[in-house]
Design a binder for this molecule. Structure first.
Ligand code: SAM
Length: 265
C-alpha cells in the first residue's frame, strides 16, 4: 500500500491515531451486540476500531484500488466489504444484506456528506448515526432556530432525534491534511414521526428556505402557493405573516407541512 495515491474526488482524508479511532467508537455507543454500517473504509483504520468492539461490520468503499489491501488485512474477521458507491446501493439491497437494525458509523467523504445523511436517516432500521463531518457542517446539523447555521440540514437531522457534537477533531489528525477542522456528530433515532412523508416534508422545507432572507410567504409563493393564501393560513394558526423559515422550530414546520400538505407538489 506504500504507493497509494489519495483521490481527492472521493474525499480521501484518512485517520491513523488509534486513541482517536477508539474514542469515536466509544462516542458512537458501539457494543458487542451491534451490527455496524461504515461508509468509506479507506485504509480500514476506523473499520479496525469498529471490528474490535462490534458483532459485525459492513463497510462500503467506492475505490476499488483498496480492494486487495482491505480484503487481505481483514481476512477471516467480522468485517464484510462492499466495493460499491453506497449512493447507488438501494435500500432494499442494504436491508437484505444487513437483515435488521444497524448503527451507522463513518468518517464521511465531504463531497457527499448531506446526501448520505439525508438518505440514511429515512432508513427505519438505523438506530443511530455517528459521523465525522467538516465542523461547519456539524454546526449546521445541531443548529437551533434563529442561528445563522440553521437550515434544511438542521431540520432533516432533527426530525428523528437530537443531534449532538460529541468530538472535535483538528485537521492535523488527517492524512492528507485538509483545509478545515472536523467534528463527530451523533444522532440517536429515538423519535418516530410517522405522521410525515419524509420526501414530501424535505421538499416543503427546501421551498421554505429557498431564499433565506425572504419571508416564508414569498418563498412558498414562488413555488406556486398564493401569497395571500399563505398569509391567511399563517395568521389563522398564530404565526406572524412576516415570519421567515429560519425562525420556525421543527414542530412549527411539521404543523405547517400538515396544513399545506395538499399544496406541496
Ligand atoms: N474511514 C477511513 C478513515 O477514517 O481513515 C476513510 C475516510 S475518508 C474521509 C472517506 C472514504 O470514503 C474514502 O476511502 C473514499 O474512497 C470513500 N468513499 C467516497 N465516496 C464514497 C461512496 N459514494 N461510497 C462508498 N465509499 C465512498
Amino acid at each position: 500500500m506504500g504507493n497509494f495515491e489519495f483521490k481527492k474526488k472521493f474525499g480521501q482524508n484518512f485517520l491513523t491515531d488509534e486513541t482517536l479511532l477508539d474514542d469515536i467508537v466509544e462516542k458512537a455507543g458501539v457494543t458487542s451486540d451491534d451490527i455496524i454500517v461504515e461508509i468509506g473504509a479507506g485504509k480500514g483504520a476506523l473499520t479496525q476500531a469498529l471490528s474490535k468492539v462490534a458483532k459485525k461490520v459492513y463497510s462500503f468503499e467506492i475505490d476499488k484500488d483498496l480492494f486487495g489491501y482491505l480484503e487481505t488485512k481483514f481476512f477471516g474477521t467480522n468485517v464484510e466489504f462492499v466495493f460499491e458507491d453506497v449512493m447507488n446501493y438501494s435500500d432494499d439491497k442494504l436491508n437484505k444484506l444487513i437483515g435488521g437494525n444497524f448503527k451507522l458509523v463513518a468518517n464521511l467523504p465531504y463531497y457527499v456528506t448531506s446526501p448520505i445523511i439525508t438518505r440514511f436517516l429515512k432508513n427505519k432500521n438505523m438506530q443511530s448515526l455517528t459521523v465525522m463531518v467538516q465542523e461547519e457542517v456539524a454546526d449546521r446539523i445541531i443548529a437551533s432556530p434563529k442561528n445563522k447555521s440553521y437550515g434544511v440540514l438542521s431540520i432533516i437531522c432533527q426530525i428523528y432525534g437530537t443531534p449532538s457534537k460529541v468530538l472535535r477533531v483538528g485537521r492535523e489528525m488527517f492524512m492528507p491534511v485538509p483545509n478545515v477542522d472536523s467534528a463527530v456528530v451523533r444522532i440517536d433515532c429515538e423519535k418516530n414521526y410517522d405522521i410525515i412523508n419524509y420526501d414530501k416534508f424535505i421538499k416543503f422545507i427546501k421551498k421554505a428556505f429557498s431564499m433565506r432572507r425572504k419571508k416564508l410567504s414569498t418563498n412558498l409563493e414562488t413555488h406556486g402557493i398564493a401569497k395571500t393564501e399563505v398569509e391567511k393560513i399563517l395568521s389563522q394558526n398564530d404565526f406572524s405573516t412576516t415570519i421567515r423559515a429560519e425562525e420556525l422550530t421543527i414542530n412549527d414546520f411539521i404543523k405547517l407541512y400538515q396544513i399545506f400538505y395538499d399544496k406541496i407538489s
